[in-house]
Design a protein around this ligand. Structure first.
Ligand code: SGN
Ligand code: CA
Length: 539
């Protein structure tokens, strides 16, 4: 569904007229490619129809894969928001760039790829969610959400106007800013880097009215492992606090009104359960709230009626549906926005010389293993969507299965722009893969997660992942190893670390993991230093 119909028609018309001029913008375009980096927050690959048709249709995001390349094995180095962004910007693993978790400060004296592109003559702009606690360096223009941002009537920190508040739905506002910049501020004499960064579909998953009206009526397919009891895995899976039934907020997440919780005698899940609802839903203006209540009011009424007779299993199922309705509904506006940006580029002759990337800061659990959130090295959070279009370089409709990482973006963009990357960056350029040259690429990736003890209680762990296996070491308050056979056990239900049949695999992978730790300059000493700093920060 389209919004702002008039405005969009207007933009398309301007684009059409521009395309009819004897000299098009495209002919004037410099050789170095433009780069549009589209990233959403917590967007699971399971919720993109180019990856899976089970849950949601995302026709616009899919356009990037249809015209370009789908990466079926893209993954992150540390599955959490701000650290992923730091890895993307610096091209270095968390333990080297220092942003190991959401709380640690980002050292702004570090070199990032946008600073390099800007210095080399690129025009640079960033709109949406950065989540660093400090402003981005190397940008001619930016409007970013403070911290996590909000879904309705958001505040923005801007380069030129200070902190502003804008009325409206955040996803659409970020799209508008992006289109506006392309239309009014883009310098046709220069190549550009545009970072279009959505807050959606991050918790608390508030869709736009045009989508919640529709999505709250839908029923979604349940994952096979919704009722996982975590047998067959270690302490980390058993102790994680990400279960839909037991750890999801009733008001904040499932959108049960605080007064309905009181009436039914449902206690808050987390201490900020009702607070989260007030922070997000309470931010709506009167008209927005009336529209919301017209849909969520009846959901609450029905829940009130049914709740006394619902079993734990019924509740789990109900919460899964509620979760999917809001989570997937929030993505629908992202897909609309991506479509608008793609339409604009096409109408303005800007597609030929532009690399378009769509990705997420990490993956996400959509009820698999009974979970929401991310953090784990297990597939749903470790893998991330990645779709790239680059006409003339990438063959339309191609699929790459290699183990690419968010670590690779910085060097990829510098390579595409013909710029030598700093030697201390740790990724690999994906440009050869874009061209279908798949030899000599890495065969194993390194992963390290730190934020523990903290929200969701996922234990610290590092590990190695190859096409066939995944070996992880959980440490800090445990000392446990897990091995998964990725070919035989797609859902990662059985840790085979102790299975004698895998003794050789374990030995080999441990050796490779030790080599990777050395190659990437990680070490037990660094692990301990980060534990000490973490405890320091907590005080
Ligand atoms: C908030 C969320 C968590 C989420 C973290 C990190 N709780 O704390 O569920 O894991 O952000 O997310 S909330 O109730 O406050 O929304 S991240 O994407 O920023 O890493
Ligand atoms: Ca995130």
């Amino acid at each position: 569904m389209k919004r702002n119909g008039n405005q969009l028609l207007w933009l398309l018309l301007i684009g059409f007229l521009a395309a009819c001029q004897p000299t098009t913008k495209e002919e004037e375009a410099p050789k170095r490619p433009n780069i549009i980096f589209m990233m959403s927050d917590d967007h699971a690959y399971q919720a993109i129809s180019a990856y899976s048709k089970d849950l949601l249709n995302t026709p616009n995001i899919d356009r990037i894969a249809n015209d370009g390349m789908l990466f079926s094995n893209a993954c992150v180095t540390n599955s959490i928001c701000a650290p992923s962004r730091a890895v993307i910007l610096t091209g270095k693993h968390s333990h080297l760039n220092g942003k190991i978790d959401n709380r640690f400060p980002f050292d702004t004296t570090q070199m990032t790829f946008p600073q390099i592109l800007q210095k080399e003559g690129y025009q640079t702009a960033m709109f949406g969610k950065l989540h660093f606690g400090n402003n981005p360096k190397g940008f001619d223009q930016f409007k970013i959400l403070p911290g996590q941002g909000t879904y309705y009537n958001p505040d923005f920190i801007t380069k030129n106007e200070g902190r502003i508040r804008i009325e409206g739905y955040t996803t659409d506002l970020i799209t508008d800013m992006t289109l506006d910049w392309l239309d009014k501020e883009r310098d046709p004499e220069k190549p550009f880097l545009l970072m279009y960064l959505h807050k959606a579909p991050h918790r608390e998953w508030l869709p736009a009215p045009r989508h919640y009206k529709e999505f709250t009526k839908r029923t979604f397919k349940e994952p096979e492992t919704l009722f996982d009891d975590y047998e067959g895995r270690g302490a980390a899976a058993k102790n994680a606090e990400m279960n839909l039934l037991t750890h999801m907020n009733w008001a904040g997440d499932s959108k049960i009104y605080p007064e309905v919780m009181d009436e039914l005698g449902i206690p808050e899940t987390a201490s900020w359960d009702k607070g989260a609802f007030k922070r997000e839903v309470g931010r709506q203006n009167e008209a927005q709230r009336a529209e919301w209540d017209a849909v969520y009011g009846p959901i609450n009424e029905e829940f009130k009626k049914n709740y006394p007779n619902m079993s734990q299993e019924d509740l789990m199922r109900w919460r899964y549906q509620r979760y999917m309705q809001d989570y997937l509904g929030s993505i629908a506006a992202v897909d609309d926005g991506v479509g608008e940006v793609l339409d604009y580029l096409e109408a303005n002759g800007l597609t030929e010389n532009t690399i378009i990337v769509y990705t997420s800061d990490q993956g996400f659990y959509l009820g698999e293993h009974g979970w929401f959130d991310k953090r784990f090295i297990y597939d749903e959070s470790f893998k991330t969507p990645l779709l790239v279009k680059w006409p003339g370089v990438i063959e339309p409709g191609s699929v790459n299965t290699q183990m690419v990482q968010n670590l690779d973006f910085a060097q990829t963009f510098l390579d595409a722009a013909g710029i030598q990357a700093p030697t201390d960056m740790q990724g690999e350029s994906l440009v050869p893969l874009f061209k279908g040259e798949t030899e000599d690429f890495r065969e194993a990736v390194y992963y390290h997660y730190y934020e523990y003890p903290s929200v969701h209680m996922v234990k610290r762990h590092y590990g190695i992942v190859t096409e066939d296996y995944k070996l992880a070491h959980f440490y800090y308050d445990v000392d446990e190893w897990e091995l998964y056979d990725r070919k035989k056990d797609k859902n990662e239900m059985k840790n085979v670390y102790e299975d004698p049949a895998y003794a050789e695999v374990v030995e080999e992978l441990k050796e490779k993991l030790a080599e990777l730790r050395v190659k990437y300059k990680d070490s037990p000493e660094l692990d301990q230093q980060y534990i000490d700093k973490y405890n320091e920060l907590k005080k």
